[in-house]
Design a protein around this ligand. Sequence first.
Ligand code: HEM
Length: 381
Amino acid sequence: MIGPAKSRAAAPGRATLLRNRALVRGWLYVVLVVLFALVMVGGVTRLTDSGLSITEWQPVHGVIPPLDAAEWQEEFTKYQQIPEFRQINKDMDLAGFKTIFWWEWTHRILARGVGVVFAVPLLAFWLSGRLESELKPKLLGVLGLGALQGAVGWWMVASGLVGRVDVSQYRLATHLIMACLIFTATMVIARGLAPHSAPPADKATRRTALAILVLVLVQIYLGGLVAGLDAGLSYNTWPLMDGRLVPGDLFVIEPWWRNFFENPKLVQFVHRLGAYTVFATTLLHALAASARAPGSTHARRARLLLGLATVQVALGISTLVMQVPVDAALGHQAMALVVLGFAAAHWRGTRGAYPLPKRPPAAVASMDAAEHQVHVLDGRA
Ligand code: HEM
């Protein structure tokens, strides 16, 4: 009589497992929303030149902003020591300082907030045995990246406090790409936990979807360099740049490779080429997926991704020709995250859901045992 009892216990085990997956997925979607807000506030902080207003890194004490006039004055005095104030903002008064302070403070608070929103439920899911063992290293990896990102953020700010009036574009782009890697990893894990209505896509579709995800990440890194160098404030024409399709003077710095990071002209030009590559690849991907599996979920998503990439290219061009107004630049940054998130979800979707674990997590196993016990007591087992 073991057989029937086993099969009766297996059904609720699977249901519990799927319910746990839905819970974990819901939590990761909340994390994604907070991450999105964090990146947006980071964008405003950069575009309003607010990022150097807090000159110290105090992970715990830094949560409390100045509370009275004396503390505000003390904070303002620290800011007045750095080159950005002395060379660019020397006419700034306390009211102006408070504005830039609040942006940077909000960015730092959101960063700590996302840490809490990630770590506390992670611990709760872990301790209650709701996490499948395959998920644990993945989620710990995201947590580790988050902690590293805090340090990278300070490493970036530190580059702007001495000897220059803004942060290093190398560090800014690193900070942006780290944020995007955390966003991508969270999205991929969340989507892997979703029930997939469509079967996995063919190998070519899966590979191209992954290539697009990587290309979008590279393009975002290049965008970070454009932003960090203020390279969007010159050559504000499209499709020509400096009057030509391929402008001259792209390699004026020695050694040549530094031009890719330090010469605003080449940096902007490479960002344009990156955009054309992303666009062309998503176009080919949409056409190929629609030809191979017409009417499939994957083909539909590939076409949607093409639509999103097209909007993003249009936003990039508008941002450039309008000489980087804050709202257009923010829209361009927001859309970059939308394209990235969708590219990550699409790629994960082409692979199908994570397989159900062979050994259920502790909570499911104990629920199965309890279920079995009820059957035994009922005399049904
Ligand atoms: C798939 C296509 C594209 C992606 C994913 C992308 C992504 C990005 C990202 C992430 C940034 C940095 C935003 C920030 O840190 O504030 C950026 C900046 C920028 N991008 Fe793009 N971009 C794309 C296409 C384009 C195109 C086609 C152009 C113009 C021809 C363009 C022009 C710019 C400019 C001018 C900036 C600097 C904005 C600023 O200083 O805030 N982008 N891009």
